[in-house]
Design a protein around this ligand. Structure first.
Ligand code: N01
Length: 536
């Protein structure tokens, strides 16, 4: 690897994306003395938090955990006002980070990378942008997020609709005015569950088209007190350490007791206490909620009973009760007054599993059983997760092999970080890493630091190129599958398995083995001279 001055379009490293991953990667590559160019499709930094500006958008990982740990000064100077950060607050934070560390000068905004092609003879990656720019680098690092290829179902007649259509993941920066409008919302995942209670406050009427009801836990968001803020600032180092070593990248009270070991009264008490605290912590009330169906059903029944209590109309409550998957096997949702919203008069709920959407019409939407007149349609229909954002770029490795072809039978990576046949291509939070099953910022920092250390090792040993051995990759893929099948995750038709995208192969993509264990494994591999990787 060289540190020589390159021409304007030649770099040591190219990073795709300027969200949490891309910004930190750039920071570390600069420290290493590598010339770097970051390409970002958006007009500004933020990634996920740049695009997902829909009403109610908020992270359901508490703000003090969902932030960078690499700079103690940054930690001390930033104030998180609430328990859970809003999208504008996170975007403000990332803009602050970009300015504070002078990152913008190496980022080219409003530029979408359309291809990344490896040249065996020069050992360089050439990238092409949608504007026709071409640039090359020794290293190519994708920092494009796991949920950044929006899924818009291809309903017949969509183009004929005369009103406004918005996807939550491509929300206009100027906002949307729902005043006096008849709004249709398709989708009741985390996004829909956050957006619906906000949109109904403004719209004349909202019709929610629900295909699968989801389990949702109240967030119980609130302002952080000055005592809490001071205590966190005094204890950041310890808090970060426990986050890094924990199963989900966040310090939670993990209980070691099985839900089957306690009396029904004790179980109820624990569930009641967790419900009162709110948030995803509910899933760690007992040790076996994600592995034992009987234990899981106790919690699922508890949440169904809460829905029955909150929603006054019993038929509507029944429609909102999830019944086709274990709780937590699809991403658990966290809400503010989601179920309460269905007590309002200006909300209707349509079950599109019973009565499927047949077409979008010029004036609304038609299901099998009825016509709905709408001024606006909001798609909260999620993403082609994990592989979708990678496949949007034509990535080609040795001998011109396309990543899409190599992964036709499901994603194949070693540690979720690299894939054989694609030398010097690093994937931040790729399939096969804990990523979406964890606090993303903790997982991102771990990947960026591992990649940086690996590059440093290459510099020190004068290596120009690395890629995983096929055997190491195969055994990692097998391990990812094996641990997933020890849990209840594969029982749901979730985006973790690609089941939300018609025609997508059903393969469990993230690594459920836990952030702490995964970190240890990555560290051990590095300490053994990057076992399973080939250098030259
Ligand atoms: O997407 P989803 P999301 N006809 O895929 C429905 C993260 N996130 O954007 O379940 C009718 O979960 C689909 O129905 P079904 C988080 O990791 C985090 O909500 O496939 N309906 C489902 O109801 C989350 O899991 C935060 O049957 C159709 C919905 O659309 C991930 O992002 C906030 C349909 C899509 O739900 C994705 O969440 C937001 C069709 N043809 C997001 N196609 C926080 O931190 C799809 N649907 C709080």
């Amino acid at each position: 690897m060289s540190r020589k001055q390159h021409s304007a379009s030649e770099f040591d490293a190219i990073v795709i994306g300027a969200g949490f991953s891309g910004l930190y990667m750039l920071y570390r590559l600069r420290e290493l003395g590598l010339s770097t160019r970051v390409y970002e499709a958006g007009e500004g930094v933020g990634g996920t938090w740049y695009w997902n500006r829909y009403p109610g958008a908020r992270c359901d990982t508490p703000s003090i955990h969902y932030s960078y740990s690499f700079s103690p000064d940054l930690e001390q100077e930033w104030e998180w006002p609430e328990k859970y950060p809003t999208q504008p607050e996170i975007l403000r934070y990332l803009n602050h980070v970009a300015d504070r560390f002078d990152l913008r000068r190496d980022i080219q905004f409003s530029t979408r990378v359309i291809s990344a092609v490896y040249d065996n003879s020069t050992n360089r990656w050439t990238i092409q942008t949608h504007q026709g720019d071409q640039a090359s680098a020794r290293y190519c690092i994708t920092a494009i997020g796991c949920l950044s290829a929006p899924n818009t179902p291809t309903f017949q007649g969509l183009d004929s609709f005369q009103g406004q259509v918005h996807h939550t993941a491509r929300w206009p920066s100027e906002g949307v005015d729902f005043t006096g409008k008849q709004v249709g919302i398709i989708g009741t995942g985390s996004t829909g569950i956050q957006a619906i209670p906000q949109i109904v406050k403004q719209a004349d009427h909202v019709t929610v088209f629900q295909r699968t009801p989801n389990y949702s836990i109240p967030a119980r968001n609130r302002p952080l007190t000055s005592e809490e803020k001071a205590s966190v600032k005094a204890n950041y180092r310890k808090l970060r350490q426990t986050d890094r070593e924990s199963p989900a990248g966040i310090t939670l009270n993990f209980h070691r007791q099985s839900a089957l070991e306690v009396t029904p009264e004790e179980r109820q008490k624990k569930f009641d206490e967790a419900w009162a605290v709110g948030g995803t912590q509910m899933l760690s009330t007992f040790s076996d909620l994600d592995t034992n169906l009987e234990a899981n059903t106790y919690l699922a029944d508890f949440v169904r009973s809460k829905i029955a209590t909150i929603v006054h109309n019993s038929e509507r409550a029944k429609l909102l009760m999830p019944h086709d998957h274990p709780i937590g096997s699809k991403r658990i949702c966290v809400d503010t007054e989601y179920y309460e919203t269905y007590n309002r008069e200006n909300v209707s709920l349509v079950d599109v599993r019973i009565s499927p959407i047949e077409a979008i019409t010029p004036t609304g939407l038609r299901t099998h059983n009825g016509e709905y007149k709408l001024d606006m349609i909001v798609f909260a229909t999620g993403f082609d997760a994990m592989t979708g954002s990678l496949f949007k770029i034509d990535i080609r490795g040795k001998d011109g092999q396309a990543l899409k072809e190599k992964w036709a039978g499901g994603p194949r990576t070693y540690l979720g970080l690299m894939t054989a046949g694609f030398p010097n291509l690093f994937i931040i939070t790729g399939p096969g890493s804990p990523s979406v099953l964890s606090n993303m910022v903790v997982s991102i920092e771990q990947h960026v630091e591992w990649i940086t250390d690996c590059m440093k090792y290459m510099l020190e040993h004068n290596f120009a190129r690395l890629e995983p051995h096929v055997e190491a990759e195969a055994s990692w893929v097998a391990h990812v599958n094996e641990v997933a099948h020890l849990t209840l995750y594969p029982l749901a038709n979730s985006w973790y398995l690609g089941a939300n995208i018609p025609g997508k192969l059903r393969v469990f993509m993230p690594y459920v083995g836990g952030v702490g264990n995964y970190r240890k494994k990555c560290q051990e591999i590095a300490e053994k001279g990057y076992e399973g990787f080939a250098f030259c």
